[in-house]
Structure formats: C-alpha cells, structure tokens
Write a protein that binds this ligand. Structure first.
Ligand code: NAI
Length: 344
C-alpha cells in the first residue's frame, strides 16, 4: 500500500482525488501547508502531495528524506516552490505539466473582459438597483495590441483567444517557438507597443520582478497588465506606484508575490496584514482573484488522474515517470527527450 499525505488539501482536492480510487494507495488529506514547522506530519508516508504554496526547501527535503518519504508529487505545473536541486539523489519529484491550459488562458481572458468592460462594477451596481452607466465606459479589444510574455501551452491558447477578438498579438519568449506564426519581438518592444500585457512564463531567477519600475517606465500610458502566472513576476510595489501615477490603466492579478499565507483561505472578518495587497485591492482598476485560474472541473479531474498515474509510475514502473523533474537541466521538456529514464 502506497501511503500519500496531501498537504494544503481543500474540499475540491478531496472530491477529485477520492473519485479516483486506487486499491494500492491510501490518501490522507491534511489541511495544513507543508513547511519546516509541519513537515513532521509526513512521517510514515511514502509520498507527499503538495500544491503551489507549500514550502519544499532544503530543510523540508532533508526531513522528508530522513522520514523515508520517497516521492514529492506536485499536483500543479509550476515548481518554483520546490528546491529540485536539493532533492536530487534523495527524493524524486514529479509534477502535472498540463492539466488544462484552457482553464488558465480562459481565466486571463475573463479578467481582461471584466476589467475593460467594467463588469465587476456593473454587477455590484445592478444588484443594488443602480442602473447608471456613469464611469463604466470601456474600450474595444478589437484592433488593440496585446503583448504575451511566454508562449508555452497557456500563452498560445491565450494568443488564439486574443486573435478571435481581432487583436494584434506580439510576443516575447526566451525560447521562441520555431514552427509558429507568432510575431516575436524583444521584451522592450513588447513593453513599448502593448495596450495589454499578459504574463505566461514561469517564475525563475531571470523572470523574478520582470515587471518592475524599469519595465513599467517603458510601457504605454493606460496599459492593462494581466498576471495569471506567478506573483513574483511583478514587483507589486512598482505596480502600485504605476497605478497611482496613472501610468497603468488596470491590473488583473490571479497571483501575488506574498500570496502564500493569504490566498486559498477565507480571511473575511480578519484584519489583512499585507498593506500592499490591501492597497492594491482598494484601487478601482485592480481585480484580484485568489489563484483561481486553474480551478475548473476538467482541470481538477486531470490533476487527480495525472498525479495518481505519476505516483503509480514511480512505484511500479521501475521508478520511470515521464513527468519527473530533473535537477540538471531544469527543463522537463528537454529531459523527457534526452533521458526517457529516471532523474537519478
Ligand atoms: P509552459 O512551460 O508550457 O510555457 C512557459 C513558456 O515560458 C515557455 O514557452 C518558455 O520558453 C517560456 N519562458 C521560459 N523562460 C522565460 C523567460 N525568461 N522569459 C520569457 N519566457 C520564458 O508553461 P504553461 O503551462 O504555459 O504555464 C505557464 C505558467 O503559468 C506556469 O509557469 C505557471 O507559473 C502558471 N500557471 C498558473 C496557474 C494558475 O492557476 N494561475 C495554473 C497553471 C500554471
């Protein structure tokens, strides 16, 4: 029997994983996040299943290894919260590379439409029988230029959606796709030309705070910034300054750099201890959703299915799993092509 401890497990995780019953696996759902303080709860388990805001740093990995945990199974795509290099030689790490790129791309489009057509304001008004249109003037997306940063699975679907609206799409990617008709430009050109900028690249040392004061300085006045990728791609203080200076027309954030202790929980009735987030939320042209872009029935089903298959592969298939992360190249794609075997 493979014993799996789920950290930061929510009702929707429990429902989707319980639907996939596997007689060889035993699930334990824990509400708490995995951190240095809670890692002891992993004692006696073969696998820890973690999500975006669990902390899997060197100390946590050392403890997991000491307790005999053999696998870290991420039930998400991004793995910036796992020190994969420190796990090398000790514990294998797997993730779910794609569960529904449509879910995230469509959420980015939903945020964009909500923002530019002021749907969030109209919704609140009409519920109060206020039918005034004052202050609700939006703008057409048709003919506007959208700059997409990161043209992987999600970025490309977002591009298709934007094309459907008749928008002019330009893109930047550190590794541009060779076989596509995407118009790639430099990052500076993208900042200078875009009416809307949408982030779809991973969080790395290179991309951390890629949207900072410098980048915002190069952008068009009134630019709309969408972030459904990772919070730390944006320097939130610089974003707030840009909004206060009327440089940024709107910001739609599904992710936030300091979200780990805030998002996914009901904090209503509490005093929010994050001044910056509180100030951003108070802005009329900022929409925040709490890392919700992935949350569709289809995505949850795929996450559960792929995670269970990942675990099975690691324990049954001589440890070979296509979705294993590699410490060496840091790129799952490359690894899969080169190795087709275990990371260590
Ligand atoms: P992907 O791996 O298919 O695409 C990422 C793209 O970013 C690739 O084309 C890659 O070449 C590019 N890239 C890498 N380094 C870059 C750099 N320095 N500058 C510009 N581009 C760079 O990933 P996918 O599935 O499209 O996901 C994108 C991101 O979306 C993930 O990294 C994750 O952080 C985020 N995400 C957010 C979710 C949410 O619920 N808000 C859910 C799932 C993913």
């Amino acid at each position: 029997m493979i014993k799996v401890a789920f950290f930061d497990a929510k009702e929707y995780d429990i429902n989707s994983f319980n639907k996939i019953s596997d007689s060889n696996m035993e699930f334990k759902f824990l509400e708490t996040k995995l951190t240095e303080d809670t890692v002891e709860l992993a004692k006696g388990y073969d696998v820890v299943c973690v999500f975006v805001n669990d902390t899997v740093n060197e100390k946590v990995i050392e403890s997991l290894y000491e307790y005999g945990v053999r696998l870290i199974a991420l039930r998400c795509a991004g793995y910036n919260n796992v020190d994969v290099a420190k796990a090398y030689g000790k514990i294998h790490v797997v993730h779910v590379p794609a569960y529904s790129p449509y879910a995230v791309a469509e959420h980015a489009a939903a945020l964009l439409l909500t923002s530019v057509r002021r749907i969030h304001k109209a919704y609140n008004r009409t519920r109060d029988f206020n039918f005034s249109l004052s202050g609700l003037t939006g703008f057409d997306l048709h003919g506007k230029t959208v700059g997409v940063i990161g043209t992987g699975k999600i970025g490309r679907i977002f591009i298709d959606i934007c094309m459907g609206f008749g928008m002019n799409v330009i893109a930047y990617d550190a590794f541009p796709a060779k076989d596509s008709k995407i118009e790639y430009v430099s990052l500076d050109e993208l900042f200078e030309k875009s009416n809307i900028i949408s982030l779809h690249c991973p969080l790395t040392d290179e991309t951390r705070h890629m949207i900072g004061a410098d980048a915002i300085g190069k952008m068009k006045k009134g630019v709309v910034i969408l972030n459904t990728s990772r919070g730390a791609l944006i320097d939130a203080e610089a974003l707030l300054d840009g909004i206060k200076a009327r440089k940024i027309g709107a910001a739609c954030l599904d992710v936030y750099e300091e979200e780990a202790d805030i998002f996914f929980e009901d904090r209503s009735g509490h005093i929010l201890n994050d001044e910056l987030l509180a100030r951003l939320i108070s802005m009329p042209n900022v929409i925040v959703t709490s890392h919700q872009a992935f949350l569709t029935e289809e995505a949850l089903e795929n996450i559960a299915e792929t995670t269970v298959n990942n675990i099975k592969s690691c324990f049954e298939n001589e440890g070979v799993c296509d979705n294993e992360l590699c410490y060496r190249c840091g790129s799952v794609e490359e690894c899969k092509k080169k190795r087709k075997q275990k990371c260590f």
